[in-house]
Design a protein around this ligand. Structure first.
Ligand SMILES: *Cc1c(COP(=O)(O)O)cnc(C)c1O
Length: 381
């Protein structure tokens, strides 16, 4: 049996002396008149990279999504259409504002929300559609925007997993009214915890600045007048400095992610019964996590597959489980009413895992992981 000599982790950042240097500099200097200097730099770099006007640094992507929904005035009695298969952080903020998520199926190739399922789910209470760029794959943003326009509802992008991906030439984060990025330690750009709200919309931007600062008008640094009860969602300056250093290296980081995927593709691409991340014509995938989905006919579910890798000293993650299948949504029948129980997405979520995709991956480690997968599958057939 192939056993990795050292545990191969599933995810992790690329941190150089530059990150340490800027974090230390911020700890020394990001005070008094300079307190927002690193946040402002990080925000400008993100907005420019994504290709939108505004970026607002926040403590995490969950906060960014919460702020977007609140700024759009979504609340009790409203519904937001979301994919059934995603990390729960995409959907939990819908409940924070008192609205009801409506879970719908995903596409079999990109694993993103199915525009036909979205169309079928639109009703009188629908206020927004939230697309998630899963594992770096891009949603069919054109189809989603058409639906949103036709029905007069908002479109929101959860691009937490897709920094650097493109759809028809435009970068992830530039679709819909606003988008959310995450800088959790496992993400493409990592600051430990952290997030960014990006938008092209001036009014939405102003509204977000007020909402994330306890309802103080943007620019009210002296009067401390609260116009409403709101939230406290600001990013720490040292965290922002880490983000600046990461964004200085963004092209290298994305190139590394794409190289990791290529190493796996070369070793696993021809293997029967497996599917890797898609990169359809007209899109570019920054491959946050290399993901392999097994043909259900192989009879190996994701948790058994993970256990096999674990025996070989290799860490993996399960494909996100359908939210409709989770205890967390047990008392939300309205959320689950439009999921198709035998949809292909349900099978994908049962038979998929993320392979090690952290920045400490090397071609030698890809050899070990790919060899392990071949060995596991050979035992099955
Ligand atoms: C990581 C992630 C989030 C949440 O990011 P946090 O910064 O942890 O709040 C949201 N949506 C998706 C799809 C994610 O992968």
């Amino acid at each position: 049996m192939i056993i990795a000599p050292e545990r191969i982790p599933v995810a992790g950042p690329s941190i150089t002396e530059r990150e340490a240097e800027l974090a230390a500099e911020a700890a020394r200097t990001a005070w008094y008149a300079n307190h927002y200097a690193y946040n402002a730099r990080f925000e400008r770099m993100m907005a420019d990279y994504v290709g939108v006007k505004h970026a607002v640094s926040v403590p995490h992507a969950t906060a960014a999504l919460h702020l977007i929904l609140a700024a759009l005035g979504i609340g009790p009695g409203d519904e937001v259409i979301v994919p059934d298969v995603t990390w729960i952080a995409s959907v939990a903020p819908v409940t924070y504002v008192g609205a009801e998520p409506v879970l719908v199926d995903i596409l079999p190739d990109t694993w993103c929300i199915d525009p036909h399922a979205v169309e079928a789910a639109i009703g009188p209470k629908t206020k927004a559609i939230l697309g998630v760029d899963l594992y770096g794959s891009m949603c069919d943003w054109q189809a989603l925007q058409d639906i949103a326009d036709r029905h007069g509802v908002h479109l929101i992008e959860d691009s937490a997993e897709a920094l650097g991906s493109r759809y028809r030439g435009r970068r992830a984060g530039s679709f819909g009214r606003a988008a959310a990025f995450s800088f959790h330690g496992s993400k493409t750009v990592a600051t430990g915890e952290g997030g960014m709200l990006v938008t092209d919309d001036d009014d939405l931007h102003q509204r977000v600045l007020c909402l994330r600062d306890h309802g103080r008008a943007p620019g009210d640094h002296r009067r401390f007048i609260n116009q409403e009860i709101a939230f406290k969602y600001r990013m720490n300056g040292v965290t922002a400095a880490l983000g600046v250093a990461q964004m200085e290296r963004i092209d290298t980081l994305i190139a590394h992610k794409r190289a990791i995927f290529d190493w796996y593709r070369q070793r696993l691409g021809g293997l029967n019964g497996i599917t890797l991340n898609a990169e359809p014509e007209g899109s570019e995938n920054s491959f946050w996590m290399v993901t392999v989905v097994l043909d259900p006919a192989l009879g190996l579910d994701k948790f058994s597959l993970m256990a096999e890798f674990d025996k070989r000293n290799i860490d993996t993650r399960p494909f996100f489980s359908p939210l409709s299948s989770m205890q967390a949504f047990a008392d939300r029948p309205a959320a689950k009413r439009l999921v198709t129980p035998h949809d292909k997405g349900q099978a994908i979520a049962r038979h998929g895992i993320n392979l090690p995709s952290g920045y400490n991956m090397t071609e030698d480690k890809a050899d070990i992981v790919a060899g392990a997968l071949r060995e596991i599958l050979a035992d099955k057939t």
